[in-house]
Design a protein around this ligand. Structure first.
Ligand code: OSB
Ligand code: MG
Length: 381
């Protein structure tokens, strides 16, 4: 049981060490929305909003998320006695369509708060069983195959257990071929198109079957299931859906239609951790492997992903790169690291398992707003 008295929203800017290019755009700097939830009895927890600054991945942005949180979602939680984090998804769902990343920011924060109050590790609260989780790397689109090969070779040397290559028309077959030839037959490789193709590219995409990929992620439209099913019938390579799986219902649809054989679960995309767990459980029953995707999160968002990835059916390596891959300094300590076998240790201390560097966050904050249970709302520049 908890009772949220105050929500503090901050926007910070974190420069990526290297721009990250996907088929729908380039990200140079991460505008990160952070939410601090404060319980009446003094417990606090931090959560992260994974929306980007432009709608290049899903319709949400950091600005729409903040509007949804402040205008419609936060009032449903503030000042109320809440039974536990498992009821929050339903509290936020009624008559508010979409805005999954905004909802997830609050819902996940409630799991973090419950972990603090109950003094249990978040992974335990979620039902996780793995002590360490395997990590893959996601490599952005490069200008030419040799640049991609060099990054892939460095990643294998660092211990990563899966190499994901971003693709788009013009940066696909030859790039994947070069990586497969350089890494040899034993390394797990996959490609992610972020919806860059149409069903008319089916013959073109079938050329990827030659490279023994673990999967091809989200080749077609971000809300498509029917054409993915047509494409899956044409490909030997398993399709994994990311953008298309926005809820438990869409995961059921994917299975019913045969639109894919693997699911990338990102809690932000599906409205939070309860929904993520429901999709995980459904897929486990259906024999569909799942893995935890990433949204170039800071160390706060990463801690929720690592806890989620400790559930048993997260059987493929997640996009859970260590902090140093993205940032000069992460906003948590210890920073997220990976061992030489590409494994990340699941924290066993209570809460989200890392300490938030509030001083650093304050120095990076460009905007801060406080919501309280009362009528007053305070805005600080
Ligand atoms: O599709 O998984 C994706 C990054 C930005 C937008 C979409 C995606 C990604 C990644 C990065 O693949 C995963 C990560 O390392 O956080
Ligand atoms: Mg993806």
């Amino acid at each position: 049981m908890f009772h949220i008295d105050r929500l503090t929203w901050r926007e910070i800017r974190l420069a990526l060490k290297e721009p990250f290019r996907i088929s729908s755009g380039v990200i140079h700097e991460r505008r990160v929305g952070l939410l601090e939830l404060a319980d009446r009895d003094g417990a606090t927890a931090w959560s992260e909003c994974v929306a980007f600054d432009r709608p290049i991945y899903s319709p949400e942005t950091i600005d729409t998320a903040w509007m949804a949180i402040s205008e419609w979602l936060a009032p449903r939680l503030l000042g109320k006695t809440i039974d536990g984090p498992h009821v929050v998804q339903a509290l936020l769902a009624g008559n508010i369509r979409g805005h999954s990343m905004a909802k997830a920011t609050l819902e996940m924060g409630c799991w973090g708060l419950a972990a603090e109050i109950e003094q249990k590790p978040l992974s335990t609260l979620l039902g996780g069983s793995r002590k360490r989780v395997p990590t893959g790397i996601s490599l952005g689109i490069q200008n030419a195959p040799p640049m991609l090969v060099e990054r892939a070779q460095r990643a294998v040397a660092a211990g990563y257990r899966k190499i994901k290559v971003k693709i788009e028309p013009g940066h696909d077959i030859e790039f994947v071929r070069a990586v497969r030839e350089a890494l040899g037959p034993d390394i797990g490789i996959m490609a992610d198109a972020n919806s860059a193709y149409t069903i008319h590219h089916a013959d073109h995409l079938a050329q990827l079957d030659a490279f023994d990929l673990i999967m091809l992620e989200q080749p077609l439209g971000d809300d498509d299931l029917v054409r993915h099913a047509q494409l899956q019938r044409r490909l030997a390579t398993r399709i994994c859906l990311d953008e298309s799986i926005t809820s438990l219902d869409r995961a059921e649809d994917m299975i019913a239609l045969g639109s894919g054989r693997i699911v990338n679960i990102k809690p932000g995309r599906v409205g939070g951790l309860r929904s993520s767990k429901a999709i995980h459980d459904l897929c486990e029953l259906a024999g569909i492997p799942v893995w935890c995707g990433g949204m170039l999160e800071s160390g706060i968002g990463r801690s929720y992903n690592v806890a989620l990835a400790s559930l048993p059916n997260f059987s493929l390596p997640g996009d859970l790169s260590p902090s140093a891959r993205y940032w000069a300094h992460d906003i948590v300590s210890p920073e997220w690291t990976m061992d030489a076998d590409g494994m990340v240790v699941v924290p066993t201390q209570p809460g989200i398992g890392v300490t938030v560097d509030v001083e650093l966050i304050e120095s990076l904050t460009v905007r801060q707003q406080v919501l309280t249970a009362g009528p007053a709302m305070v805005a600080v520049a």
